[in-house]
Design a protein. Structure first.
Length: 332
């Protein structure tokens, strides 16, 4: 599986030394498919490689740098619009990593701007963004109602001139999900950047990445999310980090997701972890889904993929509610 090749190269870039042309094609195709091409480019910079591969990876590094600049500008644009509200604004995911200058942000592909604000301020934030040039991506009344009643965020918005999306969260998992993270604690423990914006504290960054990977999705993009966890753990781990991480993940109701994320990071990226427990038989199914790419970067094991798709919906809502939701979406 070429997903495993991407993981091996990220964990130990010296692995590129043994690649032939087919191996390079597989690595680049799978890394692109997993949105890890920038990370591979950064990790292998300066190592001997074929000229054709060097050109591709040089382009990937330049693209990642352009993405970093664009993400930081989008965060600043949102900050300016929301500053008069005087409410906490916490950056999440890739934008948070680059804004905080973390290793997890080096080469990382960054899509939407994700922010976390207090739920009590969500209406004011919404109105300020609409006045500032953002507009709804999905104006459908059912989708709008569904997001507002059951989701952890507003319906997605996009800026009308910059064509950049923003996801405004008031917590990190859907309200229908079984775990109920403490959103107030996430905001209270956030680390100010000195710009009017904040990022989650180190432990909550790892917890959010694990929650996004295992408690709120079908593992699409999971290899990149797991790489985030590897980078965060390696940068933050000190003598007491794992004790704090396990204590805080239990407080958020996400201890199982965090433990699985640490086990899989150790298995796939050789991440040095403590307290995750031994590998479980079910972990191999998660690893199978995470690494399922062929030599052309195409997803393999469609049966496994469909099972995780169903799992993602069952995690989001009880079966009866899921049936009503899917029936409504199918009719529309």
């Amino acid at each position: 599986m070429t997903g495993a090749l991407v993981a091996r190269v990220l964990a130990d870039p010296a692995h590129i030394a043994g690649l032939d042309s087919a191996g390079w094609n597989a690595l680049i195709a799978a890394a692109r498919a997993e949105q890890l091409i920038g990370s591979v480019a950064v990790r292998t910079q300066g190592l001997p490689m074929p000229a054709s591969a060097a050109r591709v990876l040089n382009d990937a590094r330049r693209s990642a740098e352009q993405g970093r600049v664009a993400a930081l500008w989008e965060a600043e644009a949102a900050r300016r619009v929301l500053a008069p509200l005087d409410v906490p604004v916490v950056l999440l995911k890739g934008t948070a990593y680059v804004a905080a200058g973390l290793d997890a942000g080096r080469g990382r592909a960054i899509g939407d701007l994700d922010i976390l604000v207090p739920r009590s301020a969500i209406e004011a934030v919404e109105h300020a963004l609409l006045a500032g040039g953002w507009e709804w991506v999905k104006p459908d009344p059912y989708d709008d109602s569904y997001y507002r009643r059951w989701m952890h965020e507003l319906p997605p918005m996009i800026h009308r001139t910059r064509d950049r999306m923003i996801d405004v969260h008031h917590t990190i998992l859907p309200l229908t999900a079984r775990p109920r993270p403490d959103a107030a604690a996430l905001i209270a423990s956030a680390v100010p950047l000195g710009t009017g914006l904040s990022v989650l504290c180190p432990e909550d960054m790892v917890i959010h990445a694990a929650a996004h990977l295992f408690a709120d999705g079908d593992l699409a993009g999971g290899l990149r999310n797991l790489w985030d966890i590897d980078r965060l753990v390696r940068e933050f781990a000190d003598g007491e980090f794992f004790d704090r991480l396990h204590e805080r993940s239990a407080m958020h109701g996400l201890a199982p997701a965090v433990s699985r994320a640490l086990r899989l990071a150790a298995c796939i990226y050789a991440t040095p972890v403590e307290g995750a427990g031994p590998t479980r038989p079910s972990d191999r199914w998660f690893a199978r889904k995470l690494l399922a790419r062929d030599g052309w970067g195409r997803s393999r094991h469609p049966g496994t993929g469909f099972a995780f798709y169903v799992r993602s919906h069952l995690l989001r809502m009880p079966p009866a509610m899921l049936a009503r939701h899917l029936w409504t979406k199918w009719r529309r």
